[in-house]
Design a protein around this ligand. Sequence first.
Ligand code: ADP
Ligand code: NI
Length: 202
Amino acid sequence: MNKKEIISKAEEFVKEKMKNYDPGHDWSHVERVRNLAGIINSDLRADPFILDLAAILHDSADSKFPGGTRYDEIVNFLESSGQSAITARLINVIRNISFSNKNPEGDLNDPVYLVLQDADRLDAIGAIGVARAFSYGSYRKNKLYEPGDEHGGKPGTTIHHFYDKLLKLTELMNTEEGRRLAEERHRFLEKFLQQFYKEWNS
Ligand code: ADP
Ligand code: NI
């Protein structure tokens, strides 16, 4: 199988796996992340084929959703596509990319991991990030907001998630280009919150 065939087989595999996820984690998220990863990787420090394959597969083992693929299914997919030589590397990237994974382990200097994590984080902030947060919040039937969220509050509302995760992402960017792109999106989150409180309290 050539690289083009492997990519289209991976696209098919992932589209099927993600069809029951929420609209914030649908195929369009994968496409945006692939695109952002390509922009961040303009100096090609990560191998473009491995990066693209990792971007396609990155959310296909998401335990937040029923039917989220198990890692063994990704391993089977890669091995049956003749990709045994890079299977362990891809699994390492996919396992470690998640913000909710508090104990990343393995090779955390792999440029594929560094670039892809930034791309995934960029899609969690800015206007798209806001849309995705409320999408996932409604999927969980979470409230929009509880007074006190702006001072930390308690988990369980979508505005709380801004403080818990989204506002922290810009500082955590791995690459210079990722950070540059994150800044505008970060400012948008702050503006959004300001307006949200203004309307809530009016
Ligand atoms: P990661 O893949 O880094 O673990 P998640 O899957 O937790 O990230 O987050 C992916 C998307 O879902 C992001 O846009 C994030 O903001 C959103 N999300 C995750 N948890 C929540 C939550 N509790 N409330 C609202 N949005 C959330
Ligand atoms: Ni993602």
